[in-house]
Design a protein around this ligand. Structure first.
Ligand code: NAD
Length: 446
């Protein structure tokens, strides 16, 4: 494939056949630096990953990084923060990892991609003074990647690292992966203002067809959940559980109230498990009805929980869960609540995936006030790279990074954000390190 700005390095292009990725020993992987502190955390992530891969496979394997450009770099290379070529290159390479991108949120017409300042004039940034980063306001780059590449699964692993102050007594038992559906439910929903033509028409239709009254001054929301959307997110969750050897997949829903959207999510999820993974899954019902609660070795337990109860259970019995699959809105709530259990968003990694393409990402923003200071915590991006290595089946390298990070945090060699929290908890041996220093602390403990 011909690209204008993207230079594909030597290495193995990732293939896809019969639902499986084909990954050589020198896979070409896309990397987008990101805006703001992306500048600081991206090179640290690459250094940690390259070292882990080298150590794990004694130089037989290596990642061939392919720089791709969006955000500020997109503006510099293509004159656009969201270049078509970058989207095509990710599709072509199949795996990419990215730092955070600026998203304009205010009313102003322009935004500076160096410092996220928003203003009404093009040209020079009124806050940082730079004249090569101001562009017209635009829609979220992250959302557009998801939509253009149909990345239907938002994947969030949540786990505890010893030494990180966490509010929950059982935080050390938290280790699960959340698969949140990314394209339907409230994301594909319609929301009609009260008194609008559509709201009045729907209220009238429901009255005509069912006889049920909805108050005339109600706003009306519609949330579609389809067989197609449900099956592909549950399939993804099951594939992950199978590949990583995890013991259960839990479908979370509010089917006691919404039988044909939320309830169907669980029903279709069980049916998919039976149909496509019948030889390796057992439903909780079958476990108790037929097997007296004795789980056969090597099988994946399929269970479902009502959404409100799962918010209790992740606090009281987190070790009973390893993979969750949820519709969009429940997944949104659960992802953030679960991360809070283990001490906040700082270290939380993430990815958005389709069957063929996976885009791994830091979950925090661009924190522009810290850009270029080698200060912030690169943990989120590094842990996203760990997910990426798991996705590639390079689990040995992934484990090395995890153990290096566990030990660095245990030893108190952490960046300012964690250092502050640990000191507040009364720890006296904390050694505050820089962004690159944290990378070195991980590497030296692999
Ligand atoms: P932010 O996450 O960038 O920063 C909030 C605060 O969190 C920072 O001031 C800093 O104190 C802390 N912080 C963030 N990342 C950190 C790290 N790695 N290490 C240590 N501390 C860290 O959120 P914001 O200030 O609301 O957003 C800034 C810009 O980032 C906005 O343009 C926003 O839209 C964008 N954003 C992008 C993403 C993404 O690309 N995934 C996510 C959130 C926000």
């Amino acid at each position: 494939m011909d690209f204008k700005e993207v230079k594909i390095p030597e290495g193995d292009l990732i293939g896809y056949k019969d639902g499986e990725l084909i990954i050589g020993d020198h896979p070409v992987i896309g990397v987008m630096r990101g805006d703001g502190i992306g500048l600081d955390i991206s090179p640290v992530m690459r250094n940690v990953v390259d070292t882990a891969v080298e150590k794990a496979y004694t130089r037989e394997r290596a990642i061939s990084w392919c720089p791709l450009y969006a955000g500020l770099e997109g503006l510099h290379h293509y004159g656009s923060e969201f270049p078509d070529e970058t989207v095509e290159a990710i599709r072509y390479l199949r795996i990419a990892i990215k730092g955070p991108f600026t998203t304009p949120i205010g009313e102003e017409t322009h935004v500076c991609l160096h410092c996220a300042h928003q203003q009404y004039k093009p040209g020079k940034c009124e806050a940082c003074g730079k004249d090569d980063g101001v562009t017209e306001r635009f829609r979220s780059i992250n959302v557009r990647f998801r939509q253009h590449l149909d990345l239907f699964a938002c994947v969030r692993p949540v786990r505890y690292f010893e030494g990180v102050p966490a509010p929950n007594k059982y935080a050390d038992k938290v280790n699960f992966v959340i698969f949140r559906e990314n394209t339907e439910d409230v994301y594909a929903g319609y929301d009609y203002e009260n008194g609008s033509e559509m709201a009045r028409a729907i209220i009238g239709l429901i009255k005509d067809k069912t006889g049920r009254e909805i108050r005339a001054d109600s706003g009306i929301g519609i949330k579609p959940i389809s067989v197609f959307g449900t099956e592909r997110i549950v399939r993804k969750a099951l594939q992950w559980a199978q590949a990583q050897g995890l013991p259960s997949v839990t479908l979370v829903h509010k089917g006691n109230i919404m039988k044909f959207t939320e309830g169907s999510f669980a029903k279709w999820g069980y049916e998919l498990a039976e149909k496509e993974f019948g030889d390796i899954t057992i439903s909780e019902k079958r476990l108790w009805d037929e097997l007296d609660g004795k789980m056969p070795k090597g099988k994946i337990l399929m269970k479902d929980r009502i959404a409100d109860s799962i918010f209790q259970q992740i606090q009281t019995r987190p070790d009973e869960y390893s993979v969750f699959a949820l519709p969009n809105l429940n997944g949104d709530y659960l992802s953030d609540a679960a991360i809070a259990l283990v001490g906040g968003l700082g270290l939380g990694p993430g990815a958005n995936m389709s069957d063929e393409v996976a885009l791994f990402e830091a979950t925090h923003g661009t924190a522009p006030k810290y850009t270029g200071q080698d200060k912030v915590n690169p943990g989120s991006l590094i842990l996203s790279a760990v997910m990426m290595l798991n996705h590639m089946g390079w689990n040995e390298a992934a484990e090395m990074i995890i153990s290096g990070m566990e030990q660095a945090i245990k030893d108190g060699h952490v960046t300012y954000d964690l250092a502050r929290l640990m000191k507040r908890e009364g720890r006296e041996d904390v050694n505050e390190v820089s962004c690159s220093g944290f990378g070195e602390a991980i590497i030296s403990r692999m």
